[in-house]
Design a binder for this molecule. Structure first.
Ligand SMILES: O=C1O[C@H]([C@@H](O)CO)C(O)=C1O
Length: 582
């Protein structure tokens, strides 16, 4: 009896306590089971590592590259405190695919949205992840991304909501290419006269690991420089159990290479691209360009007595880089046990048709189609080619090479420092009638500019990326273009010169996929549409590290008058110094 009374009074006390908790929570206005804060503290350092067995300076986040995966749920607020312990280098981190609605100052693009973070300083990024999906983060300062400063962002649906496909396990894999030369030397070479090209990367890394063949190095390398028995460069191995479905979130942050990705003996069903659901399609190999993210479903239905190769190889360039290898480890085989087969080779590097066909095959998933506006208010055509400016080899857009300003646009525009960058608007197109996109580009006296495109807030803009021949005969390259602050509808791809009368009639306005990064294929064009509805200043550029460094980019401004008060933490460089109170 007494024990009954005791437990009854206990439970009443408990209920009272809970009621009090809810009351307090409602007073301080914390939504229950809603958006949460995800707080990360990162320290960036240069460290000697051997990701492909060759010892080199690498940027680590809390000792690792790739850095920690940011795990969040839709509408969470992510706070990342970045301490720059690079000693002698500035930095800035871009949250790739996150639109930064209401926080354009935390896009992390040096020169566009913020000043660089100085050595010793701590910069706090704070933004909302407003959509589920697979995103990335990486350095956006000089060519620093290539040093290993990158990682994944995985945004889950809110509790109680489910994806339109089923899977048992979820994994993230980032693909990169890897140079043995430092990015400092590469950057200086690219801006030297004569021009020194970075050449092809030495290795491909899968989730930060690869294997350079040290014994084949010419001239030979000592064991303290390159050592194939170093455990740091044991291949990436991911363990699976037979008979399950795995969601693999595959992304590419290569410096240069376009890739094909494949898993021996397993098909992949593509279900997501750049944070949007894709009408599922099955591939044996996935073509992936720098800045893209995909989710594929893989069913582990093969002979469980062995492991399988995961491979990636360069496409679109006749590269010297050997394929990247990793292991799909069927439990309970040993994770390091090599598969008994020769690693399967991917498609031929110059198999353009297959790549083009995959681009065209990607459609929005039925039931998840966001229709684009039926027409646009403005069409900007961007010719992609090389040229020479003051003797330097550059990439250019409509024959203008892009220079990143020293005073970030966002601050310059908001604070009326318009003298800090060119006010001559960049060209809306090129000499369409007379320009031969198949001819060797011979514009040896082109111009450079830091001017930007000013867009009407809430207007609909069409971009047509037109590829062309470079300064080398019979050569046009693949360029993955990434737009900050927005997603866009991919309206179409074509070969040859874009026809402004007839090609728009063939645009897909029914079920176009939305993306933030899209390839323009050699000698081809790519068209997309977006709504300029996110007040701020946003970079749009080729995601090839050396190409953006050489001027292959532009910037868009929209609704600057709607941008809220800028945090002083983004200031301190160029003319913004004067804005900081003593
Ligand atoms: O930017 C580049 O420069 C070289 C080459 O065009 C220079 O001759 C190349 O292949 C690039 O992608």
């Amino acid at each position: 009896m007494s024990s009954y009374h005791l437990s009854e009074s206990k439970s009443i006390a408990m209920m009272k306590f809970l009621a009090l908790c809810f009351f307090v929570i409602s007073l301080i206005n914390i939504p229950i089971a809603e958006a949460r804060i995800r707080h990360y503290k990162w320290e960036l350092k240069y460290e000697y590592k051997s990701p492909d067995c060759y010892k080199k300076l690498v940027i680590t986040i809390n000792g690792r590259t790739p850095g920690p995966t940011i795990l969040a749920q839709q509408n969470d607020t992510v706070i990342v405190e970045v301490k720059n312990s690079l000693l002698t280098a500035n930095t800035a981190i871009h949250w790739h695919g996150i639109r930064q609605i209401g926080t354009p100052w935390f896009d992390g693009t040096e020169g566009v949205t913020q000043c660089p973070i100085l050595p010793g300083d701590t910069f706090v990024y704070k933004f909302v992840v407003d959509r589920p999906g697979t995103y990335l983060y990486h350095a956006h300062y000089g060519m620093q991304r290539e040093d290993g400063l990158f990682g994944s962002i995985r945004v889950a649906l809110p509790d109680g909501e489910s994806e339109p496909f089923a899977y048992n396990y979820d994994r993230s894999i980032i693909l990169t290419d890897w140079y043995h030369k430092s990015t400092f030397e590469q950057a200086v070479g690219l801006s030297s006269i004569p021009f020194q090209w970075v050449m092809e990367p030495q290795s491909l890394l899968i989730q930060g690991k690869g294997r350079f063949n040290c014994s084949a190095a010419n001239p030979p390398m000592k064991a303290d420089v390159c050592n194939n028995t170093n455990p740091e460069c044991s291949l990436y191995s991911t363990t699976v159990v037979p008979g399950k479905t795995y969601r693999l979130r595959i992304s590419s942050l290569t410096a240069l290479s376009a890739l094909s990705f494949q898993i021996e003996g397993h098909n992949m069903t593509v279900v997501e691209a750049d944070g949007h659901y894709v009408e599922p399609f099955v591939v044996k190999n996935l073509f992936i360009y720098s800045g893209e993210t995909y989710s594929v479903l893989v069913y582990t239905d093969q002979d469980p007595a062995r492991n399988y190769w995961i491979t990636t190889n360069v496409v679109s360039r006749n590269a010297t880089t050997p394929p990247g290898l990793a292991v799909l480890n069927y439990y309970p085989n040993h994770p390091r046990r090599s598969p008994p087969t020769i690693p399967p080779s991917g498609p031929m590097w110059n198999d353009m048709d297959s790549r083009f066909n995959q681009s065209v095959a990607i459609r929005a998933r039925k039931g998840h189609v966001y229709s684009p506006p039926a027409s646009s208010d403005r069409v900007i055509v961007l010719l992609n080619t090389q040229n020479r400016v003051n003797g330097k080899t550059r990439w250019s857009v409509n024959n203008v090479s892009y220079d990143i300003p020293h005073t970030p646009y966002l601050i310059a525009l908001k604070e009326n420092l318009l003298h800090t960058f060119s006010q001559t608007p960049p060209p809306e197109g090129y000499d369409f009638a007379n320009y031969d996109i198949k001819a060797v580009q011979n514009n040896t006296n082109a111009t450079a500019s830091d001017a930007i495109y000013r867009l009407q807030l809430n207007s609909t803009v069409d971009i047509v990326l037109q590829n062309a021949n470079t300064m080398n005969p019979n050569n046009s390259e693949t360029h993955p273009w990434h737009l900050h602050g927005h997603d866009f509808w991919v309206l179409g791809y074509g070969e040859g010169k874009f026809d402004p009368i007839n090609d728009p009639k063939k645009y897909n306005l029914v079920d176009p996929i939305m993306k933030n990064t899209v390839p323009v294929h050699p000698f081809g064009w790519t068209a997309f549409r977006f709504k300029a509805d996110n007040p701020g200043v946003w970079a749009f550029h080729c995601h090839i590290e050396s190409h953006f460094f050489m001027g292959m980019g532009v910037a868009f401004e929209e609704g600057i008058e709607r941008v809220g008060k800028l945090p002083s933490s983004i200031m301190g460089c160029g003319e913004t110094k004067h804005l900081l109170k003593p």
